[in-house]
Write a protein that binds this ligand. Structure first.
Ligand SMILES: C[S@@+](CC[C@H](N)C(=O)[O-])C[C@H]1O[C@@H](n2cnc3c(N)ncnc32)[C@H](O)[C@@H]1O
Length: 210
């Protein structure tokens, strides 16, 4: 089995189990949806939300009047996202692998991935970021939201041990590797970074310099 096949089958099982309760758990990070959406500069933007899950981040963008495309590997997560769509939102959700985005180069003004990278192997995460860069216009924004390792080692250890109780098998590696390493590997430069919840989460905005 390839890394992609292995990930895809693990992901389907993992999120089948979590989809029914995901939105209740994600209440804790509700504030980050709005904060990430506020990073988008300008009006009339076409936004891609990769690994959109149950759609909370995509809908936060749509509420601000943007046209949003959400893609995700898990049908169970997507079916929850579909239920949240209101006719006033310009948002669509579809099943898709973020390592193979079916849109032309530079199609989107902005692309985002929220709490997605820690749920995939590093190799896949790198491919996803590269695909987001390809599908986003030059000088467009790439917005990444995910866990962050706090400077305080005691807080870092306590939070890690708690979060590990529910997170996927990739979480620990992601925390060891750190987002900066992913950005270096794909050549993305951080334009703006904010941390939240005592340094345990981050919103990073990059410019898609091609
Ligand atoms: C923790 S959820 C995050 C969902 C949502 N973005 C949020 O902020 O709540 C991680 C999501 O990543 C998706 N995912 C993992 N690998 C993926 C891939 N290669 N392509 C698309 N989605 C993927 C999973 O199916 C899951 O819905």
């Amino acid at each position: 089995m390839t890394t992609k096949q292995n990930h895809s089958s693990y992901n389907a099982k993992f999120f089948k189990k979590w989809a029914p309760v995901y939105d209740y758990m994600a209440i804790l990070i509700a504030k980050l949806r709005r904060k990430a959406a506020e990073r988008v500069i300008g009006a009339n933007k076409r936004i891609l939300d990769t690994a959109c899950g149950t759609g909370a981040q995509a809908i936060a963008f749509a509420k601000r009047g943007y046209s949003v495309t959400g893609i995700d590997l898990s049908e169970d997560m997507l079916s929850r996202a579909e239920k949240k769509v209101k006719k006033e939102y310009d948002v669509s959700f579809s099943k898709g692998d973020a390592t193979e985005i079916h849109h032309p180069d530079g199609y989107f003004d902005v692309s985002s991935i929220s709490f997605g990278l820690h749920d995939m192997p590093e190799e896949i995460g790198i491919l996803v970021l590269k695909e987001m860069m390809r599908a986003t216009k030059s000088e467009g924004q790439i917005i990444i939201v995910d866990y962050h390792k706090p400077k305080n080692r005691i807080i870092a250890r306590i939070v890690r041990n708690i979060v590990k109780l529910w997170e996927s098998r990739y979480y620990d590696d992601f925390m060891q590797i750190g987002l900066d390493h992913y950005l270096d590997k794909v050549g993305l430069k951080t334009k703006h970074k904010e941390t939240y919840f005592l340094g345990n989460a981050q919103i990073v905005e990059c410019l898609n310099a091609k």
